[in-house]
Design a protein around this ligand. Sequence first.
Ligand code: SIN
Ligand code: FE2
Length: 203
Amino acid sequence: MNAKPLPEGFRLLPGYFDRAGQEALLAAIRKVVAAAPLFTPVMPRTGRPFSVRMSNCGPLGWVSDREGYRYQAHHPETGEPWPPMPGQLDDLWAMVVPNQPPAQACLINYYGPGARMGLHQDRDERDFSAPVVSVSLGATAIFRLGGTSRQAPTRSFRLSSGDVLVLGGEARLAFHGIDRILPGTSTLLKDDGRINLTLRRVG
Ligand code: SIN
Ligand code: FE2
């Protein structure tokens, strides 16, 4: 039982994209990744590789390497500008974040077998007034949500293909992560693959 109310600004929109919408979005992301290949980011200082692979689309992309975390306008390996944001993602942003400027960055996280994402805050943006909006495609994930301090209690949710998650308001700086991917739950991507798309304004 989770007695504590969810933070204001946390919204889970299950099944926002239906199957046809998921397939169309996946096709658009495959085109992005053909131009801007997935790369393996490493942790600042230690150089330890992430278990997820990443790419980006839109004007800015989030990268992590030994120098730190940052946004930049080009792919770290090809040096090319990130491909444009697919129209479906601009439409999603306009629907969920009305009357605001468009998203500036879409991080593409690819989870293969065994990949996870440790508890963290999204705080490399200059401006936290816009929410973070994310889309899940493929295998179901166990998502963990905490509070704005690392010590705060956490709870977990399942994120399934087509679900949209919004972290705004009080939840904008909430710690969150992916504990694990549930095997055998993807009919969209092979080998229990999962893609998460995270839309943000950088400021
Ligand atoms: C992230 O917080 O960067 C990823 C969240 C997710 O994969 O759902
Ligand atoms: Fe995050």
